[in-house]
Design a protein around this ligand. Structure first.
Ligand SMILES: Cc1ncc(COP(=O)(O)O)c(C=O)c1O
Length: 353
């Protein structure tokens, strides 16, 4: 994200430095973060969790790794809807797990979960679903009915969900609100472990702090059993910044969301004008745009063409799973003149081909 940082967060970080808050994971900083995060979840989504159930981790992917290793049946495969955030595909492999890709399906111009595909994967023995909500990279903000339908499939197989809700503050104007997956039914709260962080929305990723939200007694006990190992990767300044974001980052975030709203429409206008062959559905949430450029004839990895000939670097869709071949993921969280430059450079590179 190219928008700097909320002044309230910068101020809190300065105070943290001036106060030399540099010791090992101070419990008072953890408690403040958990309290503010729980308060923010209640206020934003009506999700009431005990502060003690909001646990710190170094980042969401560290939380995902823990979910794979300690919260799913040992050795079971991990189901990843695709196209997916790249690390959903490689983390399970590092833990010796198989990954089952279940491509999202387009239903009346809207990307949805393939419930039959999920059912099949669980029937074949997979033990954990990664549910990215809002969805990187397709930009979906799921409805309660969609989440409930997933939870019914999951429940019927007695498997687990890692709900990655890191993008939840980034719901763009006009979309329905984010619904935490663990809140859609009693069973979803029992089979889910949720990861989130202020890091995406408030531009804090390098400060290393995320949250795991525990919503059942067995998970509390498992987490407690992991001891400090699960939490020690969290940084103090990350805790301070996350606390400040949840406590007082709302005004800054609303401005960012308004600007991103303008960017997602601007991108649509630019593409319609300069590259009408590119298929783009404006995201409902996240600051990511998914571009289907298969009709340009650039093969499975079109990003390499644009990196070489336009000086524009995208995430290759193919790195997001097989379903992403021929597509590109673009980060929209940039000043509008840069967005213009991106599309102009793409169009010029194609014209020179
Ligand atoms: C869905 C999703 N999960 C996790 C991450 C990474 O988060 P972290 O740096 O906290 O591991 C990202 C980063 O873009 C993401 O989009």
């Amino acid at each position: 994200m190219d928008y700097g940082c909320a002044p309230e967060i910068i101020e809190a970080l300065h105070a943290g430095v001036d106060g030399v808050r540099f010791g090992y994971l101070p419990s008072v900083l953890v408690a403040e973060m958990s309290q503010e995060c729980a308060g923010w979840l209640a206020e934003s989504y009506g999700w009431k969790v005990a502060a003690s159930d909001v646990r710190p981790v170094g980042d969401v992917i560290a939380g995902f790794e823990i979910a794979v290793e300690h919260f799913s049946t040992p050795g079971s495969a991990v189901v990843v809807p695709t196209p997916a955030y790249k690390h959903f595909l490689d983390v399970p492999l590092r833990s010796g797990r198989k990954v089952v890709e279940v491509p999202m399906v387009l239903v009346e111009d809207r990307w949805e979960f393939d419930l039959d595909g999920l059912d099949e994967a669980f029937s074949a023995g997979a033990g954990l679903l990664v549910l990215c909500s809002p969805y990187n990279p397709l930009g979906r903000v799921f409805t309660r009915a969609e989440l409930l339908a997933v939870s019914e499939v999951v429940e019927s197989h007695g498997v687990r969900v890692f709900a990655d809700e890191i993008h939840c503050p980034l719901v763009l104007p006009g979309a329905a609100t984010h619904i935490p997956y663990a809140t859609v039914s009693t069973s979803s709260s029992q089979h889910t472990i949720t990861g989130l962080s202020a890091s995406k929305a408030w531009n804090l990723a390098g400060l290393k702090c995320a949250q795991m939200v525990l919503t059942n007694q067995a998970d509390r006990e498992t987490w407690a059993g992991l001891g400090l190992a699960a939490e020690i990767g969290t940084s103090n300044l990350g805790l301070i910044a996350n606390t400040a974001a949840f406590r007082s980052g709302g005004t800054w975030l609303r401005e960012v969301l308004g600007y991103l709203d303008g960017n997602r429409s601007r991108l649509g206008d630019l593409l319609a004008d300069r590259l009408p062959e590119v298929l783009y559905r404006p995201p409902e949430g996240t600051y990511l745009a998914w571009l289907d450029v298969t009709s340009l004839g650039l093969g499975d990895r079109p990003g390499s063409f644009f990196a070489e000939h336009a000086g524009v670097v995208f995430t290759e869709g193919a790195d997001c799973g097989d379903a992403g071949r021929g597509c590109l993921r673009l980060n929209l969280a940039t000043p509008r003149p840069i967005l213009d430059e991106i599309v102009n450079r793409m169009a010029s590179a194609l014209a020179r081909r």
